[in-house]
Design a protein around this ligand. Structure first.
Ligand SMILES: *Cc1c(COP(=O)(O)O)cnc(C)c1O
Length: 409
């Protein structure tokens, strides 16, 4: 049976790797080689012409590999295996961090005089990248509040020289959701072309499928759920247009930010369990969020299944399959109560990052979001009473006990 006719859980284990090319190894070996021997000088000439876009490789023609900064077997394998996990994707490119993926997308698509529209809040590093690298290049950058469908539609319609719309949904740490399909529809109405990129780190690839909602690019910090064990840094860009990924790969070979062989191999071994892990983490989080919402010391629990705003409920139901594993707690006792809670945890650890098997908790205002101005914090709805929890795969009753005892002191 051909690999593209099986379901994702099967494809992730069967495509991208042919044991006959690796002395029969059942799992892909690690190819630690910086350079590759050409089969002939003519093959070298053809490989260079194809790599730099001077010729198209023929159908069924396999170009010789050249040099590991351009690509290497472990990158090709993991890229092939990522594709079936993202509905609508036809190609993937791997990077050595989520930030490397995001910066490559921006530098590939934005030129001086062009513009980007983005949702606020963004991941701290992405926000910093736009403020301190993209804007000084002479690129206009316009924020729109997460969840403001009308504001986003208007910004897309009105911004001249718009090239890129970057949506991060749900927003971190408030989990406010932005309507991907509405952003896509607004872009299609423009006469001049712009692309829609979605940072899908928080709910993808299991629970949210932006390419099927009209996005052109899906970006991941694979450091989070894709990697899943908090032991590697990686980034991924996926698209339904193969040509878009080819452009990202060309820039990647100039910036030198391809994911290295060992990291590709580790990431590859995690892909077949990403859906299992995310489902378990989401179930755990849902049970915990529901119970903590009733606790007298808690002012509010931010979690998708607890949304009450009708517009947010509409977007959630239209574009997400499960609520995911991030919970933000807002304490009645302000920052002291938030810090006491973090100090008293014994199972969950006080650390930034998310998506790993182990539960982590942090105080966004003083850590992940400490670079936002007071105005941006207010717009993003982030305050000093909040703690963000990334729920892992521990038994949910043990985690709930840990949270309840940390709450009661
Ligand atoms: C972590 C994260 C990033 C950055 O990824 P790195 O792998 O740390 O470079 C970008 N976006 C989101 C939503 C993230 O959570």
């Amino acid at each position: 049976m051909s690999a593209h006719r099986v379901r994702p859980e099967t494809a992730v284990l069967t495509r991208g790797f042919d044991p006959r090319l690796s002395v029969g190894a059942a799992r892909p070996p690690v190819y630690r080689s910086s350079t590759y021997v050409f089969s002939s000088p003519e093959a070298a000439e053809r490989a260079f012409a194809a790599a730099f876009g001077r010729t198209e490789p023929g159908v069924n023609e396999v170009s010789d590999l050249i040099y590991a900064r351009l690509s290497h077997p472990n990158a090709e394998i993991v890229e092939d295996q990522l594709v079936p996990l993202e509905p609508g994707a036809r190609a993937a490119a791997v990077f050595n961090s989520g930030m490397a993926a995001l910066s490559t997308v921006m530098l590939a698509l934005l030129q001086p005089g062009s513009a980007i529209v983005y949702t606020l809040p963004l991941y701290g590093g992405t926000h910093h990248l736009i403020q301190h690298l993209i804007k000084p290049l002479g690129i206009d950058a316009y924020p729109v509040d997460a969840g403001d469908t009308m504001g986003l539609t208007n910004a897309i319609a009105r911004t001249s020289n718009l090239r890129l719309v970057l949506v991060e949904t749900p927003a971190n740490p408030t989990l406010v959701m932005t309507d991907i399909a509405a952003a896509s529809a607004a872009i299609r109405k423009r006469s001049a072309p712009a692309l829609l990129a979605v940072d899908n780190t928080l709910l993808g690839p299991a629970f949210q499928h932006p390419l099927n909602l009209g996005a052109d690019l899906v970006i991941y910090s694979a450091t989070k759920f894709l990697g899943g064990f908090s032991d590697l840094l990686a980034g991924v860009v996926m698209a339904s247009e193969v040509e878009l990924i080819t452009r990202m790969r060309h820039l990647r070979s100039l910036l030198g930010n391809i994911l290295q062989a060992d990291e590709c191999w580790i990431l590859d071994s995690r892909l077949s369990t990403v859906s299992l892990r995310m489902n378990r983490q989401s179930k755990n989080a849902q049970r915990i969020a529901t119970r903590l919402a009733e606790h007298p010391a808690i002012k509010r629990v931010y979690y998708p299944s607890l949304f009450s705003d009708p517009e947010q409920c509409r977007i959630r139901d239209a574009q997400t399959d499960f609520p995911g594993s991030l919970i933000t707690l807002e304490f009645k006792g302000g920052k002291p109560a938030a810090f006491d809670f973090l100090r008293r945890l014994t199972i969950a650890r006080n650390a930034v990052s998310l998506g790993g098997l182990e539960s982590l908790a942090c105080h966004p205002l003083t850590t992940t979001h400490s670079e936002l101005t007071p105005e941006d914090l207010a717009r993003a709805g982030i305050n000093e009473s909040m703690v963000r929890i990334s729920v892992g795969t521990e038994h949910w009753r043990d985690l709930l006990d840990d949270f309840l005892s940390a709450l009661s002191g």
